[in-house]
Design a binder for this molecule. Structure first.
Ligand SMILES: Nc1ncnc2c1ncn2[C@@H]1O[C@H](COP(=O)(O)OP(=O)(O)O)[C@@H](O)[C@H]1O
Ligand SMILES: [Mg+2]
Length: 411
């Protein structure tokens, strides 16, 4: 709930401006220290709708910062076009793009008070004093900083510091906000809290935002739509649940979810058997019969496959009789993580390392030998050569998003 006074401030000061962002086949190649080509962003095409909060997630070095810097105009694309509201921005100066970027190391000016830090950008733009006071006041109210305006940054907590950094962006009233891992320097508790505040802030400001993070939990909780990147390329663009249930490829399967999906490489034999070669002398190869729907989904020329199982699809069982369609994997428990609501078992079978998630407490101890049961119907399959998903156990989740196109067409 927003109090009426704040709602008034918001309406007056943050009236949203239309801003969609469209990238078409954008690439960026840097030159390395020895003149070699370093491709940082490869052929990225992406549309961020007006007032959408888009989250981009990927491991360190995958090109996230470069992508944001390209949108902000701090880097020039090697090829491709960047448009804001259908206007191509490639040759527009950063200061004229009407974009605010919040960086990971959100350094505030240490000798300036919170008020002065918030006001600096407006002062440089020669905004009249009375308007600066009004706008800074509005942002301070929005971010709960009103009581802190006279403090110096060194007298702020980590979260307050972070809010001032956000405030500096908001006070400019840009068309588009770019957040480059703004929460990564905060401790875990504060990160969770700020994550909620960011989501709320997006609702209140009703602005177009692109939020970048390497943290998949942050991405999953914040984004309505998530773009997963690796090695400069988009791997998948989907809603959080879709990423989890139906990863487009091996990379996404191994990146999204905590723990990530267990991936077991093997080969297809006779079109119906999945064989994991013996990896240690004296052990036998593991053989599994593929169910008919999976067989049908797999191209006949696929040689090597990857079987993917979520940790909760692998359950330790006491020596129970095997029922039809159940498979048992003998495994040695290497590590037990007791998390309260659940227990994670990290196990080894041959040279394979797998994770099993058990609900509640488990009496299993490290060093124990267990049988892990799974059913083939719960497995995803990927082509080992291309990494592409071939079959998933889950149907696509229902689309919970508002169909923006339909709304636009109607309106
Ligand atoms: N100015 C630069 N010169 C050369 N290489 C760069 C430069 N900036 C980034 N890179 C390289 O581009 C790749 C992507 O970097 P970056 O966009 O910072 O990734 P992320 O933000 O996802 O960690 C990395 O390999 C990085 O070393
Ligand atoms: Mg970065």
């Amino acid at each position: 709930m927003i109090c009426p006074r704040l709602a008034g401030v918001l309406a007056e000061h943050f009236a949203p401006v239309m801003a969609s962002v469209r990238l078409q086949q954008v690439s960026k190649v840097f030159r390395g220290a020895h003149g070699e080509a370093v491709p940082a962003v490869r052929d990225v095409s992406l549309t961020v709708a007006d007032r959408e909060l888009l989250v981009i997630v990927g491991p360190s070095g995958c090109g996230k910062t470069t992508l944001l810097r390209l949108i902000a105009g701090l880097e020039t694309p090697s090829s491709g076009t960047i448009a804001i509201d259908n206007r191509v921005m490639n040759d527009v100066e950063p200061k004229d793009r009407d974009i605010a970027m919040v960086f990971q190391n959100h350094a505030l000016f240490p000798h300036l008070t919170v008020f002065e830090n918030l006001a600096l950008g407006l002062k440089l733009r020669k905004v009249p004093r009375s308007e600066i006071e009004q706008r800074v006041g509005g942002v301070a109210a929005l971010l709960d900083l009103t009581g802190l305006l006279d403090r110096l940054p060194r007298a702020l907590s980590g979260g307050e510091h972070q809010r001032v950094a956000l405030g500096r962006a908001i006070v400019r009233r840009p068309k588009v906000f770019l957040f480059d891992e703004p929460l990564s320097d905060l401790d875990a508790t504060l990160r969770t809290q700020m994550r909620m505040e960011l989501a709320r802030l997006h609702d209140r400001l009703n602005a177009t935002m692109i939020h970048v993070t390497h943290d998949q939990v942050e991405a999953m909780t914040l984004g309505d739509r998530i773009v997963v990147m690796d090695a400069g390329e988009i791997q998948q663009e989907a809603e959080p649940l879709e990423l989890y249930l139906r990863p487009a490829n091996r990379f996404v399967a191994g990146f999204i979810g905590s723990p990530p999906m267990n991936l077991i490489e093997g080969r297809l034999e006779g079109g119906a058997q999945f064989v994991v070669p013996a990896c240690e002398e004296g052990t036998e190869a593991l053989r599994f019969l593929l169910p008919a729907p999976v067989r049908e989904a797999i191209p006949t020329d696929a040689q090597r496959l990857i079987l993917g199982l979520r940790a909760k699809a692998l359950q330790p069982v006491a020596e129970a009789p095997k029922t039809e369609g159940d498979y048992l994997l003998p495994a040695e428990v290497e590590l037990v993580e007791r998390l309260g609501a659940e227990t994670l078992l990290h196990v080894r079978t041959g040279s394979l390392r797998l994770a099993s998630r058990v609900e509640g407490a488990s009496s299993v101890r490290a060093g124990a030998t267990v049988s892990l049961r799974f059913r083939m119907e719960q497995a995803s399959f990927f082509d080992a050569a291309t990494g592409k998903a071939l079959a998933h156990p889950n149907p696509p989740p229902p689309d919970t998003r508002v169909n923006l196109k339909t709304v636009d067409e109607r309106g």
